[in-house]
Ligand binder design. Sequence first.
Ligand code: HEC
Ligand code: HEC
Length: 389
Amino acid sequence: MKERSVLGALLLGVVLCACKSAKQPELGEPLADLTQAQRAQFDEGKKVFQRVFEPKDGLGPLFNSTSCAECHEQPVVGGVGDEIEIHATRFLAPNSCDPLFQEGGPVIQQDATPLLRAKGIEKEQIPPSATSQARRSTPPLFGFGLVDAIPESAILSHERRHGAYRDGIAGHANRTIDGRVGRFGRKAAVATLSDFNAGAFPQEMGVTTPSSPVEETINGTPVPPDTDPAPDPEITAEDIDKVTAFTRFLAPPPRQVFTNHTNRSLARRGQKLFARLECAVCHIPKMKTGPTGIKALDRKTVALYSDLLVHDMGAALADICLGQAHPSDFRTELLMGLRFREKFLHDGSAKTVQEAIERHGGEAQNARDRFKALGDKDKKALLKFLETI
Ligand code: HEC
Ligand code: HEC
């Protein structure tokens, strides 16, 4: 008996040890194996991400919210939020997409500071030349440094531009004006995390930056005098870099491991179905980052469940164009951390994961139909699998 318990304790020790070495960072924690200096950058960047701007610090005069973390906040800083933004652009078939910079840009700011309100302006309007508008829910940013570190060639290797396969799935990369492969935003229009972050300050908070030092116009009209007291730029390049360090070092969401046998075998069955239904043709389970001097990002596997390409999802989901993404084209949404989201699809209009799947159209129509044709137990298995990723 005594011997057994010693053996038991030993075994337990081995198991605990194994768990400890494989321990994944919790949601909102930084990547494992950061250097001390990188860890400090993460902490400082998190503070800037949470910094609440007031008009005297550069907020507005037009803005959507007062801090990055005011939107990216659930269930922890860096996550989703209940804010829904309005975007608008002008699309002329077959291929012309105008982001309407002369009329205030694609992001329509929904709020204004007291000084601007005193001039009778409470928000930006949809530009008259816009052909469509879009609603955008706030996405999570966990693991995005790894996504940023995936080489362009890995993304391009999944392109199927020339002639769709029998499954009807094509998919192409969006590109920036200077030809880089886009990957961030629901239309994958932005190439790097640092570009997206630098753009978020002026567009979301009305905070001018060294690369965007002039206040954005109000639908094309410069802001009235005396409505913007803070000197430009309203944030330094160093502070923007800190925010990028925070988002870069934010760990991907931890996988969920079911201890209950029924759930575990359901999830295993669901994983097979995910492949068999061809969900995984677009929601590619894994990609690898390229070589980089940052050890925590160097040649790591990231279980993103996306090809980072845009796909035609059908007329029912279509809204605006952006770059080379047409109104019905959307980036395959990353499914990592799906269980931490509360609403689904680009506009947050799907209340459940099942509804999001059932509203896939266009290139994903066949996969959707195969999902709909599953029996209840198989549907449940697929959804159970999605809870693990
Ligand atoms: C008003 C709410 C709001 C604020 C404030 C905000 N964001 Fe966002 N963020 C969004 C929305 C909405 C999107 C999706 C945009 C799209 O799909 O085009 C987004 C997307 C992103 C993305 C790309 C995510 C993806 O899925 O590719 C990054 C990175 C990001 N935000 C960083 C920031 C940073 C950094 C700040 C602060 C400077 C910030 N955001 C402030 C709402 C917000
Ligand atoms: C042709 C490519 C493609 C295929 C095939 C596909 N998807 Fe998607 N999926 C997308 C795109 C693009 C989006 C984003 C749509 C949007 O935001 O409107 C998406 C979104 C989702 C979402 C919502 C994620 C969120 O957080 O909003 C889920 C869940 C999902 N897909 C699961 C599946 C499952 C399960 C299958 C297989 C039955 C599947 N997808 C097949 C491209 C695809």
